[in-house]
Write a protein that binds this ligand. Sequence first.
Ligand SMILES: Nc1ncnc2c1ncn2[C@@H]1O[C@H](COP(=O)(O)OP(=O)(O)OP(=O)(O)O)[C@@H](O)[C@H]1O
Ligand SMILES: [Mg+2]
Length: 254
Amino acid sequence: MSNQKITLGYWLDKWQNYGLREPIEMSLARSENTHFMGIGASGSGKSYALHRAVAQLHEAEPHGEIIFANFKGDETFSYLNGLPRYFQYKDVFAALDIVYSKLCARLSGEDMSENPVTFIFDEYVSAVLSQQAEDKKAATQTMSRISEILLMGRACGRASVRFWCFTQRCDSAVFPLGSREQFGTVIALSNISKELKTMIFSEFPEDFENKKRFKRGEGRILQNGAHLSHIKIPQVRDMEAVKALCRAALSKPL
Ligand SMILES: Nc1ncnc2c1ncn2[C@@H]1O[C@H](COP(=O)(O)OP(=O)(O)OP(=O)(O)O)[C@@H](O)[C@H]1O
Ligand SMILES: [Mg+2]
């Protein structure tokens, strides 16, 4: 069982005002809500932040299992193409099937493994909206399975099944009001739309009063629904090392 932490970034205000690098961490402990959501417009730094987080996750939980679904199948992650745990474009739904089966096997007691499973989904909302346009029934099943992972993932078997969801859009048809509460950590990078503010941070109107502007890799972070802070995701010193860790995590046989 993991009691490790990863560093998502640093407190932006302390960095800007005093040059202090004070880490903002996310616990991986099973007793915590380790579901994680990242939101932001194109180019705000979501995939970059995800890279850092996946590399640290692999180091913190070498015994863990990561499954990565990337609906956009973009250039950023093209070096992962062909790895057994990396699923692109419409294969993302096959990845969900695998994770969902694991969840069910753990809930039924058939699978007693102690390794945490992390299901990462880049561009989740676009994937579901596209599936909705083609096959409404399948899309409804996708959403209900994701809800089940969010609700039951912490309670199943001996180790968590967690969901890390990164998305540009946050359509209320896919993420109804209130779904944010299911994520222990939410980051919103760069400057977000009024709709997103209302959907995600409605309890924190004061944070929006000073109209702070964020650059790429900067934004808001909400942990356990209680603390809204500003985060800076620093530049990675050695991107090749980060990529090597991500590659190792996704090369494990399924
Ligand atoms: N914290 C950061 N420090 C330095 N460079 C960054 C940072 N975040 C992002 N970048 C750079 O900015 C560019 C856009 O970042 P990224 O691809 O992560 O955006 P994105 O939010 O995933 O966009 P999209 O939604 O289009 O996939 C990349 O070239 C990336 O290397
Ligand atoms: Mg991206």
